[in-house]
Write a protein that binds this ligand. Structure first.
Ligand SMILES: [Zn+2]
Length: 340
């Protein structure tokens, strides 16, 4: 699921900095290359995205728009060697990574990944890997999106959720709606899966106008693959694995793999842990289950970069959200201080 982030700050960035101040852009790039080649030698940066919106959405302030995403992809293309994840992993193992190697990945399986993000990446010749939770394909919706959509359409009022062990909220302004949605999400995220889904459904039932096309269809997953993008496993129901029994964890990991393999008619080699933080979301035994299920490698959301000695089943990922090119590149460089 989408992490609540400070992405809204990106809206104020200055996309024409390099056009107006070419000397700044070239010194910026030189500084970046110097810093990154010291800290980031022989390493792989893997970026994580979820949704990319065709237009700004007040209920999703943490999600990049197409315009922001294009700006970031151009910056990556101009400063990094962008590789498909499976190829980057192979080169890393062989000690043959090009300098400033980076990969783009997407989690969950939002329909906008195909409609909005993929055309931009195809134009810029940037490959990507899409980690898809199969339980939401063809009209499904993740519980956090149900909460967001419920609040979007909630009539102005006191929203008394005390029966669900949640606060009484005042929902009148757009800011109230967004703050309430993310407050509820943070409060129920780590509850028992059944209870959490029940609460989300109750909040979702406030709205009679829930969109059914938020996530990809099976046909669209095939289309993504046919367009040259990579597909990876992300379980069926996107559970917090650390909260499940061993049997259910294995089942989620394996069934998600089998579902996707039957959709794209191809063996699946890559996996992303739902939510992806070591300790909170998965632990050592889940790393074993992913290996047992027959995956070749897996990615987390623990920050940092990968190098030859990194465990292939715990490759770190991050996203360097920032408003200017210099700060975006600085974040990429600082992230390279942390080896996975
Ligand atoms: Zn996810």
């Amino acid at each position: 699921m989408m992490q609540v982030s400070n992405y809204s700050s990106v809206i104020q960035r200055n996309p024409t900095e390099s056009e107006r101040l070419p000397f700044l852009a070239s010194s910026r790039n030189a500084l970046f290359r110097l810093g990154y080649s010291t800290l980031g030698r022989n390493c792989l940066s893997i970026l994580i995205y979820h949704s990319v919106l065709d237009a700004p959405d007040f209920m999703r302030p943490g999600v990049p728009t197409a315009e922001q995403f294009r700006w970031e992809m151009q910056l990556l293309r101009d400063n990094f060697n962008m590789l498909p994840l499976s190829q980057a992993i192979r080169l890393m193992r062989e000690g043959r990574l090009p300098p400033r190697a980076a990969c783009v990945t997407f989690d969950d399986g939002y329909a906008d990944n195909l409609k909005v993000a993929t055309p931009i990446m195809k134009q810029l010749d940037i490959p990507a890997t899409f980690f898809i939770a199969t339980g939401f394909l063809d009209g499904g919706r993740m519980w956090n999106d149900t909460v967001i959509e419920g609040l979007r359409h909630c009539p102005d009022r006191h929203l008394d959720l005390s029966a669900l062990n949640l606060p009484v909220y005042e929902v009148n302004t757009p800011a109230d709606r967004v703050n309430t949605a993310y407050d509820i999400i943070s409060k129920i995220k780590y509850l028992d899966e059944g209870l959490r889904n029940e609460i989300a459904a109750a909040i979702g039932s406030i709205s009679k106008d829930m969109s059914g096309d938020l996530m990809l269809t099976r046909d669209q997953v095939r289309e993504l693959r046919q367009s040259g993008m990579e597909i990876g496993g992300h379980t069926v129901n996107h559970p917090i694995l650390a909260r499940l029994s061993a049997a259910r964890s294995r089942e989620e990991i394996l069934s998600g793999k089998e579902d996707l393999e039957s959709i794209i008619q191809e063996r699946l080699g890559l996996f992303a842990y739902p939510n992806g933080r070591y300790g909170a979301d998965y632990s050592k035994e889940h790393v074993e289950y992913v290996r047992e299920a027959g995956f070749d490698a897996a990615v987390t959301t623990n920050g940092g970069v990968s190098e030859k000695s990194t465990n292939l089943y715990e490759l770190p990922r991050f996203t360097p959200w920032d408003r200017t090119a210099s700060r975006f590149l600085l974040r990429m460089t600082l992230n390279a201080r942390h080896r996975g």
